[in-house]
Ligand binder design. Structure first.
Ligand SMILES: Cc1cc2nc3c(=O)[nH]c(=O)nc-3n(C[C@H](O)[C@H](O)[C@H](O)COP(=O)(O)OP(=O)(O)OC[C@H]3O[C@@H](n4cnc5c(N)ncnc54)[C@H](O)[C@@H]3O)c2cc1C
Length: 447
């Protein structure tokens, strides 16, 4: 494609949010008779799926303790279900398996899933939980579990395949995708803060509207927009907490056990739901019997033909480096700093064996290849979806947003003039106003 010198809408980033917004904006413009797909231009510094969306485990679930997150996820699951083939989506369901310390939190989730019509089964009590799990997997042996929330919708999608499916749908509507162009600057109008052009290393594109969907790179785009590097947050104690850094990084730990994915079938021979286990039972090494941790731990896993094995992850950790000094590039498996190591594989494989006997003694089959990646998180670890500088929509999903396919649809509707009640709880002003999301007892920052 010749370098375009103007486009009505410029979207920065060809990951899940940029592509979904572009596709749905093209549909929305057509529906309203206000434009065509070719009004929308996506710019990406690398390629389609070069960021977090291309390496994500791909889990799609509703299980969030925060009511606003659940409603948003229920909406997104419907979008995944609207075209499972193109999105490479596997609706196998999802299970949250928890210890007593999380029982009350998860029962609230189950109650509210009923209220919003999201189908799930909630099992309570140690024996009932074990029986339920053994009905699915006769080798289930996890200790200290007292509740199981089985979400019937949801499941997972294949990361790069879903991105190419989405890109294909966008291009079929006329959207232009230009890769290998890095956004370096924004030009502003005289006297107003609105953006008039996006400056890249290959040229300048004049535009009416900009969408930022830059995933782990959001901090650098945020700074180009001259948005606040720190925020004031009104806590639940009513006190104002000043100068909290807007972005910090967490490292997501994932990997693959190199066995036949069919090893993890249910007793009926079906593909199983995605399994997520949190536990406060001591975790013992499957290699040498030593105690790995007596603290709370959590893992998730699924058989996956795309990764060719049992793929999953464990709770992430905060990157201790000062955010200004974190090298986001090279990203993901190419990073010299942020790929998982032996500590992860030991812990994760031992946790698999803790849960199901079939995984005992399998640690040597762990695929010793670089995996995992970092994400830019907001101060409360929940997304910010908001308009800045009059005409710039920032989609910052706090790096648990592969599942949020529907956000691009809602953002497109907002750009076209609607206002979305589902996105409202994620505005930037919530920090200053103290309209924060409730915090759960899960070991994960995004639950
Ligand atoms: C290891 C891992 C596992 C994960 N697993 C899950 C999961 O199972 N479920 C889930 O819901 N979420 C998961 N996530 C989170 C999820 O992947 C991200 O939240 C989501 O993919 C972010 O999408 P995005 O479109 O915002 O960004 P990305 O997919 O990162 O796309 C951003 C794009 O912007 C481009 N870009 C950046 N800067 C510029 C610039 N200056 N100019 C031009 N282009 C630029 C990049 O090249 C990139 O292609 C996981 C994340 C990681 C790292």
């Amino acid at each position: 494609m010749a370098f375009p010198t103007n486009a009505k809408y410029v979207i920065v980033g060809a990951g899940i949010h940029g592509l979904s917004t572009a596709y749905h904006l093209a549909l929305e413009l057509k529906r309203k008779g206000e434009g065509v797909g070719s009004d929308v231009l996506i710019l990406d510094k690398s390629s389609i799926a070069a960021g977090a969306s291309g390496i994500a485990c791909g889990v799609v679930r509703n299980n969030y303790y925060q009511p606003a997150m659940r409603e948003l996820m229920a909406h997104s699951v419907k979008v995944w279900e609207s075209d499972p083939d193109a999105y490479s989506y596997h609706p196998v369901g999802y299970m949250q398996i928890s210890p007593e310390v999380m029982h009350e939190d998860v029962s609230t989730i189950a109650e509210q899933q009923k209220d919003i019509g999201y189908e799930s089964v909630f099992i309570e009590g140690a024996k009932a939980s074990t029986d339920y799990m053994r009905h699915l997997f006769d080798d289930w042996q996890a200790q200290g579990i007292t509740s199981v929330l089985h979400e019937k919708p949801g499941g997972y999608a294949n990361n790069t395949r879903s991105m190419y499916g989405l890109a294909g749908k966008a291009e079929a509507e006329g959207v232009r995708i230009l890769t290998g162009a890095t956004v370096q600057e924004f030009e502003r109008g005289n006297g107003s803060g609105a953006i008039t052009a996006v400056v890249t290393d290959r040229g300048t594109v004049a535009c009416d509207y900009v969408v930022i969907a830059a995933g782990p790179w959001v901090k650098s785009l945020w700074e180009l927009l001259e948005l606040p590097r720190a925020v004031n947050i009104k806590g639940s104690d009513g006190e104002m907490h000043h100068d909290i850094p807007m972005w910090i990084y967490w490292s997501l730990q994932e990997g693959t056990l190199g066995v036949d994915p069919k090893m993890q079938r249910t007793n009926d021979g079906e593909m199983p739901p995605v399994i997520h286990v949190d536990s406060d039972a001591p975790l013992v090494s499957d290699v040498d019997g030593s105690v790995i941790t007596e603290e709370m731990w959590g893992i998730y896993y699924k058989p996956d033909f795309h990764f060719n094995g049992i793929q999953g992850g464990a709770a992430p950790f905060k990157v201790p480096t000062e955010p200004d000094k974190v090298a986001v590039d090279p990203y993901g498996p190419d990073s010299p700093d942020f790929v998982v190591g032996g500590e992860f594989s030991h812990m994760w494989c031992s946790a698999l064996a803790h849960c199901q006997k079939r995984f005992e003694g399998q640690t040597p089959k762990y695929k010793d290849e670089p995996s995992g990646g970092i994400g830019a998180f907001t101060p409360d670890s929940f997304p910010v979806f908001d308009v800045f500088c009059e005409n710039c929509y920032v989609i910052a999903d706090s790096n648990h947003g592969y599942k949020m396919l529907g956000v691009g649809k809602l953002v497109a509707e907002e750009i076209a003039g609607a206002s979305s009640a589902l996105l409202e709880p994620f505005r930037f002003s919530r920090y200053e106003q103290g309209k924060l999301h409730p915090v759960s007892n899960s070991p994960f920052p995004w639950s």
